[in-house]
Every structure is written in structure tokens, then in C-alpha cells.
Design a protein around this ligand. Structure first.
Ligand SMILES: [Zn+2]
Length: 421
């Protein structure tokens, strides 16, 4: 199967399998598969059927994650985790998450029965997108021992709690604590579509994620004075929306001037919100992301200072609330370097990048060395039925994965970790 045509046909099969899984949906005519919904069970069965001929028995753990262990050469060999998530957003594409699980199965197939010094556990996470309960990463949090009672009590739109959903699926929420990874997990590697335009712009099939960006989310409220749009001369106005608009441009300018920084004002609401009334209040959101927490914090401080300066000059006041301050998560440098090398061996120039979006690897990194491989996303389109991957890129990802497994099997550092594991 190491021939180019063999790898290409395996890549075609990976794509066909992703498209098949996309048909297991809660919606007719579109893909939507949320935490432990009925189509998730069909999805599990399908993947289990692909793994059975490889001698891999699958199970669904008490957090609803699909788990299948391909044993290592020795019975007590440590495990390398490979996977991604199986849930989707509404009106989803066929590859976000699912591709990482299907590629993991393809890599096991590529081993053709060979045993490595470590076992490989395929994990299909039950929940990453946060669609059903408004809280993401339910599956991966369980593996890190962070699926607590508060999260289990969260309810979906129908009033069904996470705990009840687990019971309804035939699983036992009392056993959640057993999902937490024990010693013996060497690392976690996730293949995922980039969901952005960077690799495509660089014309590179694969990227290696060095860090998952930290995020700041804030709410800003500019207060001025509402007044008549016809009778209030321009120089006597305290227009909250005009102040907000000036600051939005400042946000854009700040992000453009700092390499790697992204900053977004995604919501603006003005009050009272009438055509003939000067806005007395403007409420905005700010989302700032960067791979370095220091750079992000500096940018946020700068934007706060600019908001205050603009408000003062315009006779407005401005207040703010911090909604989220999430630190960047560096990926494991050993795995990152090995992946970069494997991408090179697959004949591609590796692009080292920061993921602007959160992924299961970000959660797993708190417990095991973790890393990610990104695949170019045509048009940068994701979370949409038009989401796609190129067959050649999937073939390169398989090649990269095969080289990576070989490298890790003979890596002295990993051997060291195995002895400690
Ligand atoms: Zn995803």
C-alpha cells in the first residue's frame, strides 16, 4: 500500500467514508449530528465496522466517545491517541472533525497488521462544537478528568441534561471518572482541516500547529446622549455610535499592525435604535486572538486605552466587561518537530502555524503531549456543506501519518517517555 496509487486510493476511500458519515444526520437534507443523538450511534457502528477487520474492538466510553485500541507489540505497551470529534455544527460539511477519525482508521489500515512499540488508540470525541449544550469539548474534557457535575447538569434546549443524554444513550454517567486518561498515554495527535485560507494562500497541503491561540473576549459599552437627529447640531452631539465606529476602525488597524494578531468586533447594538435619534448607547463585542498571551494582552490593553481616548475626546464614557480570557495552548515541541519532519518526508514544505480556532488537542494538551496536523481547506470554507478537501492533500496526510508513526516508533525521546509512562 506504499505505492503512490495505493495511497491515492486509500485517500479516495477516506473521502468517501467522510461523505458517508455525513449522511448520519438529525436533519433531512443536511448534516447535523450533535452529542449522543440517534445518528451518532449509526456513526459509531459504521466506524466500528471499519476497525473490526483490523482486530480492533471498539467501545463507547461513558462520555460517549468512540474508542478503539490497536494493540502494540507488547501487551502492556503504552498508547498513542489519534483522533478528532464526531459531532458537527448544524448544516455542516463532511470533514470538520470526522476527517481526523477516518484518517486515524486509514493509518491503522496502512500498518497492514504490523505492531509498533506502542498501541494506537483511535478516539472519536462525542462533542467538540458545543451545539447541543452551548458548552464545547464535552468528550475531550472527560479524558482529562474535567467533566464535572456542573457540566453534567447543563441542559439542552429541550431541558435534557448532559447526564440524562448519557443515560438515554445507554451509558452510565456514574462511570464518567473512569474516562480520564490513566498513565500510559504517550501523546495525542489530531489531523484536522485548517478551516481557514492560510495553507491555500501559501499553496501548501499540510501545516503543523505549534500553538492554539489564546482568546480574549470583551464587551464594550459607549455611553453618550440620545437626542433629536434633526435639531441637535453636529458640534453639540455626544453620539455613542460614532465613537464606537471610530474605535472599530482602531481595532482593525491594531490587528493589521501586529503580526499574527486577529481582532474582531462581531456585534454592535445601538440604543434607542431609531433612524431619527442620535444613539445614546452602543454595545460592542471584541474578540482578540494570538499565539502569544503577552502579545494578546498588550493588544487588549492598547485597545482599551484607545477606547478611553476616543470616548474622552467625544464626551462619551466607556465601560467594559471581560467575558473570556483563555490562554494560548502550546503544542508539544517534540511532536511538532516530528510532524514537521514527517510532512517533509511526504514531499511537502511544512508550514508552522497557530490555530485561531479551539480544538480537542487544546484540551488534551492539559493531560498528554499533543499536536495537530492541518490540511489545506479549499476556499477556506468550513462549517458549510461546501466544505471540502483535495484527494492529493488527503494522500499527503496519510503519507505524513505513516512517516510519523515510523519516526515515533524509533524516536529515542519517545522511548524515554514510554519507559516513564
Ligand atoms: Zn473541528
Amino acid at each position: 500500500m506504499r505505492t503512490t496509487s495505493g495511497i491515492r486510493s486509500r485517500a479516495e476511500e477516506v473521502i468517501a467514508r467522510c461523505r458517508k458519515l455525513a449522511r448520519f444526520s438529525e436533519d433531512v437534507g443536511g448534516t447535523r449530528r450533535t452529542f449522543l443523538s440517534a445518528p451518532m450511534r449509526k456513526c459509531h457502528r459504521e466506524i466500528a465496522a471499519w476497525m473490526k477487520p483490523l482486530g480492533v474492538e471498539t467501545r463507547i466510553d461513558p462520555a460517549g466517545n468512540l474508542r478503539g485500541l490497536y494493540p502494540g507489540a507488547e501487551s502492556k505497551a503504552p498508547r498513542l491517541l489519534l483522533g478528532s470529534h464526531l459531532d458537527t455544527v448544524p448544516n455542516a460539511g463532511a470533514f470538520d472533525g470526522v476527517l481526523g477519525v477516518v484518517l486515524a482508521v486509514a493509518l491503522l489500515e496502512s500498518l497492514e497488521g504490523r505492531r509498533l512499540p506502542f498501541g494506537i488508540e483511535v478516539v472519536g470525541f462525542s462533542e467538540e462544537e458545543g451545539v447541543r449544550f452551548g458548552t464545547p469539548f464535552i468528550g475531550s474534557r472527560a479524558l482529562t478528568g474535567r467533566l464535572d457535575n456542573e457540566l453534567l447538569a447543563r441542559q439542552d434546549a429541550c431541558g435534557v441534561s448532559v447526564r440524562k443524554a448519557i443515560e438515554d444513550f445507554g451509558l452510565n454517567p456514574q462511570e464518567i471518572s473512569q474516562v480520564a486518561l490513566e498513565e500510559g498515554a504517550l501523546g495525542y495527535i489530531e489531523f484536522h482541516i485548517e478551516q481557514g485560507p492560510v495553507l491555500e494562500t501559501l499553496n501548501r497541503p499540510l501545516g503543523v500547529v505549534e500553538a492554539i491561540a489564546g482568546q480574549s473576549r470583551l464587551e464594550f459599552i459607549f455611553l453618550g446622549r440620545a437626542n433629536h437627529a434633526g435639531t441637535t447640531p453636529m458640534h453639540l452631539r455626544r453620539d455613542a455610535i460614532a465613537g464606537a465606529a471610530e474605535w472599530i476602525i482602531a481595532v482593525e488597524r491594531e490587528a493589521q499592525s501586529v503580526p499574527g494578531l486577529v481582532a474582531t468586533v462581531g456585534v454592535i447594538e445601538a440604543k434607542p435604535g431609531a433612524t431619527n435619534v442620535i444613539a445614546g448607547e452602543a454595545r460592542l463585542t471584541l474578540d482578540v486572538r494570538h499565539g502569544s498571551d503577552e502579545v494578546r494582552a498588550r493588544a487588549v490593553d492598547d485597545l482599551i486605552r484607545q477606547a478611553e481616548e476616543i470616548a474622552e475626546r467625544r464626551g462619551l464614557s466607556v465601560s467594559r466587561n471581560v467575558l473570556l480570557d483563555q490562554q494560548a495552548v502550546p503544542m508539544d515541541s517534540l511532536l511538532v518537530n516530528e510532524i514537521a519532519q514527517a510532512i517533509g518526508k511526504a514531499g511537502c514544505e511544512p508550514h508552522r502555524m497557530v490555530s485561531g480556532a479551539g480544538h480537542d488537542a487544546m484540551i488534551l494538551a492539559g493531560r498528554v503531549p499533543s499536536a495537530m496536523v492541518f490540511l489545506r481547506t479549499p476556499g477556506g470554507i468550513s462549517h458549510d456543506p461546501a466544505e471540502s478537501v483535495r484527494t492529493d492533500d488527503v494522500a499527503k496526510a496519510i503519507e505524513c501519518g505513516m512517516h510519523l508513526l515510523e519516526q515515533l516508533a524509533s524516536s529515542p525521546t519517545l522511548q524515554g517517555r514510554m519507559h516513564r509512562a
